[in-house]
Design a protein around this ligand. Structure first.
Ligand code: GRF
Length: 321
């Protein structure tokens, strides 16, 4: 079973979206839990609510600190809380590129417009001024550009005659509260979806030179070299080969390395039943916090074990540039 994703929520104000996430997380089968609510404003009313609900809170004013310094403090607290994801919910700070990079693909935001329309502030008035029939809200992944990352989900909210920015904001907020939690739930659950996991492995395996995919005992495997003489450097296992869960098998340098890995990180590695004897190691991919760069490195290392010399030489030369 994948673990429940741990989420840190960053707020600057009343924190009603944070509350919506918090209460959604209490429902049975919700794939995430809120482990921390943090703010750049110690007076943010949302902090009191989170505290009363027994959630760890943290606040550090940004005054007098550079953007990087403040973000670094937040980053450390989030990591210490064990969070795998960051959910921005009315966090009124522009984030440093460094912070965004550290949480890339693991940080979501909710914004009160139908993105890409009306990035930034004043979204309701801008929708009214434009004579739009609908306003709305969007949940998106956070990238360095403000309110610009891939949109994961949106809800349209009809504009009524006589709406003011405030009236409209209240109605959009109802939609926000309905949208954020299910979108976050779906997003964190993708890491337990074997099809999504397979696609991640496939992309990385096929990005290596002269590789192709060939099924082996009913599961995808990846080989380097020609169709005829190629050699396997990875197998995907979705309850194949007598295993449970979803994992990828890669080649180690031998039984010594294999047992060192098992000692070092028994939650991540295990010995595959049939392939283990010849020095392969299985890496679990359904823990909910897979480090895909690490998996990519393993695939390359395994590829190197069996790739023809001319190819590994080429890689070495390319790496020097
Ligand atoms: C929400 O409208 C959200 O879309 C925007 O800031 C507001 C935060 O409200 N990013 P709350 O603090 O969640 O109540």
């Amino acid at each position: 079973m994948p673990e429940i994703a741990k989420v840190a929520v960053l707020i600057s104000g009343r924190g009603s979206n944070m509350a919506a996430l918090l209460y959604a997380a209490k429902a049975e089968n919700c794939p995430f839990e809120v482990v921390l609510v943090a703010s750049n404003d110690p007076q943010a009313p949302g902090l009191k609510l989170a505290e009363a609900e027994g959630i760890d809170t943290f606040a550090h004013p940004h005054k007098g600190l550079s953007r990087n310094e403040h973000d670094q403090i937040m980053h450390e607290v989030i990591v210490t809380a064990g969070a795998d994801y960051v959910a921005l919910a009315g966090y009124m700070r522009i984030l440093s590129n460094e912070f965004v990079r550290q949480w890339q693909d693991h940080m979501l935001n909710i914004h009160p417009s139908l993105l890409p329309k009306y990035k930034g502030l004043d979204t309701y008035q801008r929708a009214l001024d434009a004579g739009d029939s609908h306003a709305g809200c969007s949940v998106h992944l956070v990238t360095p550009e403000l309110d610009d990352g891939p949109v994961l989900a949106q809800t349209e909210v009809a504009i009524l005659p006589g709406d003011t920015a405030d009236i409209l904001a209240d109605r959009v907020l109802i939609a926000e509260h309905q949208l954020y939690a299910p979108t976050l739930a779906k997003y964190v659950a993708r890491e337990a979806d074997p099809d999504w996991i397979l696609e991640q492995v496939r992309t990385r395996a096929l990005a290596l030179a002269e590789t192709h995919e060939r099924p082996s005992f009913g599961t995808p495997g990846w080989r380097v070299g020609s169709e005829k003489t190629g050699k396997y450097f990875a197998y995907f296992s979705r309850r194949h080969f007598g295993e449970t869960g979803t994992s990828v098998f890669v080649k180690t340098s031998g039984l010594d390395e294999q047992s060192a890995l098992l000692d070092a990180d028994p939650d991540l590695y295990f010995t595959p039943k049939f392939y283990g004897k010849s020095g392969w190691i299985a890496i679990r991919l359904d823990t909910g916090h897979t480090d895909w760069d690490h998996v990519g490195d393993w695939l390359e290392k395994s590829w190197r074990m069996v790739a023809p010399k001319r190819l590994t030489k080429m890689m070495d030369i390319a790496a020097e540039f």
